[in-house]
Design a protein. Structure first.
Length: 277
């Protein structure tokens, strides 16, 4: 089974989605959808109450609802309630919201775009460009971010080729890379930037993105050269890759007198960029 996790944007709110190539259908994070429809900060609480009520009513939508792994607030893959398009249409009927109809149209658009991208993969890049522009990111940052996604995929493909597993192993190696070049684990880095559910890379500055790309690219290149066989060897490769970026960071900080690792996040940076225009 090939599954692809993605983040989609509806009215500047993020919705975790997953495409299953075998079943050829989309799955949506129910918590994210509920948060969007109810404008709730904590959609999980609303969903738990609604789920209990629907179960008591014998609603089959909840009975048939299952869980899949999606990226959580801490960056790790965790099980969460999901619904396919048909289930979600039924579920939306149980949530009084003026956004219900626009959201249904958005779901149909997501499905249509998937078919279009199967014919033309470049449309996926164009969609990412559109999403980031809608959120207010600069052209320069977007170009860096898209490149970082490409480099990250090359690294995870290398890990998969060696039989490493998504979830704990990927997260552990990623943490090693962060700790080595930035001096912080993913959790510490997010806390430093004041993040909770937000994606860490989406909140990096240009300098942070570039150095993280260097760390991940170096890790991939070293892995290809050394062909690690054990997880311990992969961990050492991750440290070596991160060290390349750490040396670059330290040299840049020495030359400029300014720290590279910044507490600035997107919510703080984007308004500043708007004011500069």
């Amino acid at each position: 089974m090939t599954q692809q996790n993605t983040i989609r944007i509806f009215e500047e709110r993020r919705v975790r989605t997953l495409w299953d190539d075998v079943e050829e259908k989309w799955y949506f994070s129910v918590v994210d959808v509920v948060s969007v429809l109810t404008d709730s900060v904590d959609g999980r609480k609303y969903w738990n109450k609604l789920k209990q009520r629907l179960k008591e009513e014998g609603n089959e939508t909840v009975t048939n609802c299952h869980q899949l792994k999606m990226p959580a607030a801490d960056g790790k893959m965790r099980l969460t309630d999901v619904a396919d398009t048909e289930q979600l249409f039924r579920l939306i009927q149980s949530i009084p919201s003026p956004k219900a109809e626009p959201f249904k149209l958005w779901m149909a658009q997501v499905a249509r775009e998937r078919l279009d991208r199967m014919q033309d993969p470049e449309l996926g890049i164009e969609q990412a460009l559109t999403d980031y522009k809608r959120l207010g990111y600069s052209e320069n940052w977007i170009n860096q971010r898209l490149k970082s996604i490409e480099i990250r995929k090359e690294l995870t493909d290398e890990w998969r080729k060696h039989g490493l597993q998504e979830g704990v192993q990927f997260a552990t190696l990623t943490d090693i890379i962060y700790r080595t070049w930035a001096g912080k684990s993913a959790k510490e880095y997010k806390r430093f930037k004041g993040l909770k559910k937000e994606n860490l890379r989406d909140n990096m500055t240009n300098k942070e993105l570039v150095l993280n790309m260097l760390a991940e690219l170096s890790t991939k290149e070293i892995s290809e050269a050394r062909n690690p066989r054990t997880f311990g060897q992969h961990a050492e490769v991750a440290r070596r890759g991160g060290s390349v970026a750490r040396e670059a960071r330290e040299r840049l900080e020495q030359e400029t007198g300014q720290p590279v690792v910044s507490p600035l996040n997107a919510k703080q940076a984007l308004p500043l960029k708007s004011e500069e225009k």
